[in-house]
Ligand binder design. Structure first.
Ligand SMILES: [Ca+2]
Length: 66
């Protein structure tokens, strides 16, 4: 019983981190903005591994806007 509670507590602690990580990949992913947006990824700020000038056509510092 105690181990089940420990697993539940650990899961509750880790879930928000997983949700944040799933929002945008922390590494560069290949693909066009259209493809990335379709997967729910986008709005990459400058400095993000997925920010490139090519993906920021309006040059406002945010790539692949939704
Ligand atoms: Ca932009």
């Amino acid at each position: 019983m105690r181990s089940i509670l420990a697993i539940a507590a650990i899961t509750a602690l880790l879930l928000p981190a997983v949700a944040i990580a799933a929002t945008n990949p922390p590494f560069f992913v290949e693909g066009t903005c259209k493809e990335l947006n379709k997967q729910g990824w986008g709005n990459f700020p400058e400095g993000d591994p997925n920010y490139t000038a090519k993906r920021d056509r309006d040059n406002d510092g945010i790539a692949c806007e939704f």
